[in-house]
Write a protein that binds this ligand. Structure first.
Ligand code: 1CP
Length: 365
């Protein structure tokens, strides 16, 4: 039996994601919690990053910080966690190195390295391994008291695959490319394994209280149109197809699904057919071009200003928002406001506040 929560007072993002006409454009921001907020550092103290994710009290506090700070200007919260909890559930060690990012001491180096077989063969107990995320989601829903919906998320199979074989962030994606061009079959087997865990993980997030889900394919732009078709799209489609099936088995209603295939605008046409309600756009495509590619398909777009505009002047922020709003046709629906990627370090919270205010001002009817 799912926990009962207070009814939603603001369901704009859900109605927009489902393609309904709305009174104004909803907005949330990728990485709206985190490093650029002074209160994040205060609450985190000298705790390790993953320790914060594993403590539902801390994770829910961090999730709510931007909602409280930008009181009424954000239309959704996103659970404070990380995409790399899935490789951890698959049995890999992942550390978060301060000021450097994620580090896997033992990445997957080749199909015969022993680890690959272990990861592939692991019977993952997704409920037990990631129990702390579900508890954080349920607690956050309680603390939100229906103010805005809560978004759950996971990394896309391709993006998680990159981290698992590179051992962290990467510049040239040497290991990822070695895998897909030398061991395509073994790569596909691993991508399928990750996809299955992602479906179960997202379903259990919904069971715990997540009201929408987003799949982050942050490294989609490292693939060519043809390799994106082979090594990312089938797995994104698998998640979109199987999540509703799994939710039904669990006696739960489907939730709106968002996909964010960063850097893959060359494949936007087929991305619109992957089965997601919402497609997140980065800032390398204009709203007009994206709308042209979409045609009359029922997909809703999300995004997409350059996050770097938040380092600019107030006038440059206003101008960027104006162009974006005009590009997406005003506040008529069919669009969820966001940036084209997450908030970057050293952004002043006041700059983000202005961005949110400008979207509100220009899309309210
Ligand atoms: O408000 C929020 O969005 C916070 C929740 C959140 C999310 C959705 C965090 C917290 N991470 C993520 C997803 C995530 N993690 C992605 C997909 C989104 C994106 O592309 O930005 C990716 C690629 C990661 C991996 C990751 N985790 C990186 C990137 C490293 C690289 O390869 O370039 C980093 C630096 C992290 C750590 C992390 N995750 C989240 C925060 C707040 C931090 C910083 C931790 C700290 O320094 O205190």
């Amino acid at each position: 039996m799912a926990t009962a929560f207070e009814p939603l007072k603001n369901d704009l993002i859900i109605r927009t994601a489902l393609g309904q006409n709305v009174e104004r454009t909803p907005i949330w921001i990728m990485r709206q919690a985190g490093r650029y907020l002074p209160e994040y550092h205060e609450a985190k103290g000298n705790r390790d990053f993953f320790e914060c994710c594993r403590d539902p009290e801390v994770a829910s506090t961090l999730t709510l910080q931007p909602i409280d700070r930008f009181d009424g200007l954000l239309d959704a919260a996103i659970i404070f966690s990380d995409i790399l909890v899935v490789p951890q559930a698959l049995g890999m060690v992942v550390e978060m190195v301060d000021k450097k990012g994620p580090h896997f001491p033992e990445p997957l180096r080749a199909p015969d390295d022993g680890q690959y077989e272990r990861v592939l063969g692991k019977a993952v107990d997704v409920a037990a391994e990631l129990d702390y995320v579900y508890r954080a989601i349920t607690l956050t829903r309680q603390k939100l008291r229906g103010r805005v919906p809560l978004i759950g998320f996971c990394g896309a199979p391709w993006t998680l695959f990159c981290y698992m074989v590179e051992g962290g962030g990467s510049k040239f994606f040497i290991e990822s490319k070695k895998w897909i061009y030398r061991y395509p079959e073994e790569s596909r087997a691993l991508l399928q394994k990750i996809s299955e865990v992602c479906v179960e993980y997202l379903a259990l997030q919904v069971k715990a209280g997540a009201q929408l889900v987003q799949v982050f394919d942050s490294w989609a732009g490292e693939l060519s149109p043809s390799t994106f078709k082979r090594f990312s799209e089938p797995y994104l489609a698998y998640i979109a197809k199987h999540l509703p099936i799994r939710l039904k088995e669990l006696g739960l209603d489907p939730v709106p699904m968002i996909v964010f295939p960063k850097g893959a605008n060359q494949s936007l046409d087929s991305i619109c057919d992957l089965g997601y309600n919402v497609v997140g756009l980065d800032w390398l495509i204009s709203p007009a071009d994206a709308l042209k590619i979409k045609g009359n398909r029922p997909v809703v777009f999300q995004g997409n200003a350059d996050p770097g505009v938040l380092y600019g002047t107030d006038a440059s922020i206003s101008q960027t928002v104006e162009e974006m709003v005009k590009g997406f046709g005003g506040g008529k629906g069919g669009w969820i406001g966001n940036l084209g990627h997450g908030v970057t370090p050293f952004v002043k919270p006041e700059a983000l506040k202005l961005y949110l205010q400008e979207v509100r001002r220009l899309t309210e009817r």
